[in-house]
Design a protein around this ligand. Sequence first.
Ligand code: S3P
Length: 172
Amino acid sequence: PHSPGRRDPIVLVGMMGVGKSTVGRRLAARLGLAFVDADEEIEKAADMSVSEIFERYGEAYFRDGERRVIARLLDGAPKVIATGGGAFMQDETRRLILEAAIAIWLDADIDILVDRVSRRESRPLLKDRDPRTVLTELAAVRNPVYALAPIHVKSIAAPHEVAVDRIMEQLT
Ligand code: S3P
């Protein structure tokens, strides 16, 4: 069990479509902490959508901004932070998270991810490609890295509240 001290932020990592933002928001409400979505913070800072940043400046530029935004969020008052699926894959970003926060890998079967990404707005890494193919490839590479998070919670189809319950069990 990992008890979040007053000074430990909680960072949700995992594949796109797994529900990090929804689960993070609800987890924050339960813990009485603020919730922040790192991708939204990047969009605010850049005054552009994530897709636009990828298109205009490329992924490396996005990853750089992502790292700086996450570093800033980790530094402030403790909160629950949802990260984009690629954040934890970046060595320096992952190091910052593991050092300063309790990282939680929110995981789900590929069918759930495919279903969820097809219901939301476009994601640059899925643009013009078959979501199942991309997600399967990404999961194969990323899951071993997500597994470095000290807490692993598997999300089932619905509702997100079940995942929140499972995280709460691990935290207390
Ligand atoms: C990405 C996931 C996205 C976003 C960007 C890249 C990734 O966030 O950061 O499109 O590399 O998996 P979500 O995980 O919230 O979709």
